[in-house]
Design a protein around this ligand. Sequence first.
Ligand SMILES: [Fe+2]
Length: 468
Amino acid sequence: MKFRLLLLFAILSGRCLSQKIQVTPYIQPGNAPTLLHEEKVIIWQTDSLPGFFTVEYGTNKRYNQSATVTSTPLNLQNAHPIIYRAILPNLQFNKQYYYRVKMNGNIVARASLSTRPTTSSSRFVVFGDCGAGSATQAGIAYQTYLQKPQFVLITGDNVYQRGRVSEYLKNYFPYFNAAELSPAKGAPLMSSVPMYVVVGNHDVGAADLDAYPDGLAYFYYYDLPLNAPAFKQTVTAKGKPERVAEFKKATEPRFPNMTNYSFDHGNVHIVCIDANVYMQPFEQEFLNWLENDLKSSKARWKIVNYHHPGFNSSIVHYPQQWMRAISPLFERSGVDLVLNGHVHNYQRSYPLKFAPKLSPTGKPVIDSIGKVDGTFTLDMNFDGKKNTAPKGILYIVTGAGGAGLYDTAFSNKPEKWVHAPEANWVPFTAKFISHQHSFSLVETAGNKLNFKQLDVEGKLIDEITISK
Ligand SMILES: [Fe+2]
């Protein structure tokens, strides 16, 4: 009621009151996992003063359709911003749409977006560990924009240090939702390009809402497919019951299910999953959903995105291998490529198959620090150039998106890469670049998938092609 009165007051007052737009409108993929239905969601944020907003859109600049705008006032103790959402429902595939957002009758933002292709191709950028407020993050945002991706996939640790609202305002939106295109400042990427993300450890680092009232901002700022059921093992919001209840009301229906989802885009099916420590040992319902989701997809290419890599040859985070336990599931479900972050550099594995050591009850053994022993089968004949048919899954760490780099002396020095004795020293890593920040560009066309790793100046630093 208080909010409605404020809104009425703001409308009647006209120009006397002026809302401050804290986050300019950007697009999100919405709850559209399959190629049967397409939508986009436009999201923006103001300070605590309600504004009267309208959203108009269409396939040309006559903007002949209007979207319903909803608002969610947040009570973050020291701040009371309002987040607005407008769903553009039932869009046509393979189309360009134009949209504009008006505040109190004045245009405050306009941009265009492309809906998903239903063709046998795709083009997208991947990086992780990015929202650090760094100069390299700006460079990667800039280079990403120049690549004209159809979407951006982030491998987690979207925002440092703890995934809070205040940190998104400082370390994320100014770079990825910048007003201007500049290698030093970032790019107006988010107003036209949807971002799909996963939760890294830093993104759930402020789950105690008493200590961090603006924590778990992942659930405020993204709007992703909601096609996974609620699992028992998931992120938990902690704090006083009334505060947790308020948070859940403001993030309904996204919290906590939006940590696991999948989507189709062109000829690619991508599953994004939560790999945080609370997920293991893995719940059977989660594994059943994951396997069923992957196996039921008819897409030409199947990709899985999660934060914590099972196969990593850095010293940093080396023991955190629990995702290795899922490798057999990926292998029998036809996964081609796994994309990870968490480790702040670039690593590409040989195509590999991994059989984890099993307990007497038949479950993969994950030790107390996360290590998983097992048997590797490597395809060392694959070079991605002359031999492009991999026998196994390629595991790629692309976590050099802006945060401080790890093991910077390891670039192209295989003698330094960690392949520890519990894995019989198997040298599963084929390429390792850690002295510079970088991002990945993936392009699919029919039976070919081309993967490039590019640095902050857009220079090619690694490239492979996979074919079927
Ligand atoms: Fe991480």
